[in-house]
Design a protein around this ligand. Structure first.
Ligand code: NAP
Length: 433
């Protein structure tokens, strides 16, 4: 079949050399428009991206957008929810962006997003969570929230090894437990009706995630990385995540970090006062603090002591819960951006974190902020910081002027309600501060 993908003439490939992204002045960026409200959002967002790049580089740099297909649009055009050509294009051009996609009901693919992450081994789900002044928030001090979540994207319960009660697989799995691990089998309270799921967490999977979080922390002058886990209960998955995380920190980053495992060792050898003094000195010297916290208490502490959290590194399921909970503190789903990244191969797809909100499709009403800020992350990842900064200034300005879409308008006093496209224009107009 002939290719459906048109690569703009003159567009060049982003490449990677020794872990360093090489971005030409006219990179080809594949994009998936997205289903439902994705169409309205993409139209507005693309205008914002092009305006930011134009204002920042006056024509010296431009993005060569190449549409690729997934979701309903792909299914209607090509009879496939996720055509192979789409994956190949992302593979070839390294960096891309996508709007929300409908999850097909029934049929082979559980989630298109998960399938894309798997195909490209995008092991980090990066979710920055920061406050834009004026955004309606349910907490008293949303301005204290400035966190970046590194969620592991390829392991944990999301691996998808599950056995439904009553199936042959479930019976075989139970038999395996019964014959090989009878003591464990006897721990199951209601074995006759239990379904099962498997939770693999590996050393390599942990190491690459924590390494990326620490590297990001050092490069961006952040204060701390908190490993979030439920290791008190799940010792050999979540507990190992914590232990391996500290090992990576100490083995690979040595003097640049101070870890709570070091603190514990000093407590044992010389007492708590000495350990506290050692930590104070390390922080004064500008070292990055690597600490850990149990996954349940983190939900309290990120609300009651938000300032103590900076970068958060955690496993797939914890990260899923936590990143949405944190996003709620700073204005919720309409403006929460995300990126899925493999820092080794360079592959990255930036994406809206909300769904397709089908009831608003083609009405030009929803907030495009999530895709706009995902694009901001993408530009920063490409090293185009000037354009990314303009987008942040534009968003700050539009929100501070109380010119917002319906979702914020209904929670803000004295605001002006804008359509999706008008909000895009407002962001562009506020780019120069
Ligand atoms: P959803 O599309 O995220 O919408 C839920 C609600 O969130 C909307 O009704 C709306 O709230 C609010 N919302 C979502 N996007 C918004 C935006 N841009 N601006 C302002 N408000 C926004 O979740 P869903 O209805 O559960 O899922 C619909 C479809 O999306 C499903 O097929 C699902 O599988 C898919 N999905 C895709 C992704 C993805 O591609 N990343 C993620 C999640 C879900 P109000 O009604 O209060 O205005």
């Amino acid at each position: 079949m002939a290719s459906m993908i048109e690569i703009p003439a003159g567009g060049e490939k982003i490449k990677i050399d020794n872990g360093v992204l090489l971005v030409p002045d006219n990179p080809v960026i594949p994009f998936i428009e997205g289903d439902g409200t994705g169409r309205d959002i993409w139209r507005a967002s693309k205008r914002v991206f092009d305006a930011a790049v134009e204002k920042a580089y006056q024509g010296k740099r431009t993005i060569a957008w190449a549409e690729v297909y997934a979701g309903e649009k792909a299914f209607n055009k090509l009879g496939s929810w996720l055509p192979e050509e789409t994956i190949e294009t992302f593979q070839e051009y390294l960096v891309g962006i996508k709007g929300p996609l409908t999850t097909p009901v029934g049929g082979g693919i559980r989630s298109l997003n998960v399938a894309l992450r798997k195909a490209l081994d995008l092991y980090v789900c990066l979710r920055p969570v920061r406050y834009y002044a004026g955004v309606p928030s349910p907490v008293k001090h949303p301005e204290n929230v400035d966190m970046v979540v590194f969620r592991e994207n390829t392991e944990d319960i999301y691996t998808g090894i599950e056995f439904e009660h009553g199936t042959e697989g479930d019976e075989k799995f139970k038999q395996l437990l019964r014959s090989n691990f009878p003591e464990d089998y006897n721990k199951i309270r209601f074995p006759d009706t239990a379904g099962f799921a498997v939770k693999p967490v590996s050393q390599e999977g942990t190491a690459r995630l924590v390494r990326a979080a620490i590297q990001y922390g050092l490069e961006n002058n952040r204060r701390s990385v908190t490993l979030v886990h439920k290791g008190n209960i799940m010792k050999y998955t979540e507990g190992s995540f914590r232990n391996w995380g500290y090992e990576v920190a100490e083995a690979e980053f040595g003097d640049q970090v101070y870890t709570w495992s070091q603190w514990n060792r000093t407590v044992e050898s010389s007492g708590e006062e000495a350990a506290n003094q050692e930590q104070d000195e390390a922080l004064k010297a500008g070292k990055l603090l690597v600490k850990d916290v149990i996954a349940d208490i983190v939900f309290q502490q990120t609300i009651t002591r938000a300032r103590e959290f900076d970068i958060i590194a955690t496993m797939n399921l914890n990260g899923d819960y936590l990143s949405d909970a944190l996003a709620a503190q700073v204005g919720g789903i309409g403006i929460a951006p995300g990126g899925n990244i493999n820092y080794t191969s360079g592959h990255a797809i930036f994406e809206a974190t909300h769904g397709t909100a089908p009831k608003y499709a083609d009405k030009d009403v929803v907030n495009p902020g999530s895709v706009v800020l995902s694009g901001e992350m993408m530009l920063r990842y490409m090293g185009w910081h000037e354009a990314a900064d303009l987008i942040v200034t534009g968003m700050e300005g539009a929100i501070a002027a109380k010119t917002v879409t319906y979702d914020f308008h209904r929670l803000m006093e004295g605001a002006t309600k804008l359509s999706t496209s008008e909000f895009g224009t407002a962001v562009i107009e506020h780019m120069e501060g």
